[in-house]
Design a protein around this ligand. Sequence first.
Ligand code: ADE
Length: 233
Amino acid sequence: MRIDILTILPGLIESFFRHSIINRAMEKRVAEIHLHDIRDYAKGKHRQVDDYAFSGDAGMVMMIEPIDRAIQALKKERDYDEVIYPTPDAKPYTQKTANKLSTLKNIIILCGHYKGVDQRVRDHLVTCEISIGDYVITGGELAAAVITDSVVRLLPGAISDETSALTDSFQDNLLSPPVYTRPAEYKGWKVPDILLSGNREEIFKWKHEQAVKITNKLRPGLLDEEETKDKTL
Ligand code: ADE
């Protein structure tokens, strides 16, 4: 899978991609991630990428021309399945969307800044808008990093334990059950006996019960959407 990220601050997320699971995925050629500076597509001595809003509102708006030039330059090289724009005024991002994106071949993620991008970018160039949560962050870079990480880790070969992405929280609309490792007792705090029993069937049942209990407590709404809860735990 190839992900092209358009940003005015490539340095902001460059190191993240070099220090995560994504780096390993790139080394293994499971994923290709390319950062592009939108300023490289801007005109003039000042390489201007933003301007005042016509409405007279405070805050700068990212101009359409450099963004369009950047997107067209990429589209000349290959076809893209989606042009994604992370923005707080969009539908919330879910594991389901991450799963869907992980099946695509080439995507572009456009990082916004300031007051956002000229609406014509969203109307004519963007094909998919994603909010990573009901809060506002300064730019789209961190959202792009979140989306990229959540998608790349799903690609076959990206993480060493192939099954572990399937047992993540949300993969079956359940939060994850608790996990433990050695020692079996620390300061008198014990690992549940069942996990030491070696009885795989009972452990499987316990994990599922715990997942349902935690989901009920913290995110009961998820259980309403539950369809496949017995499949992956
Ligand atoms: N840019 C700023 N805030 C955002 C959010 N919550 N989700 C996606 N992109 C954003």
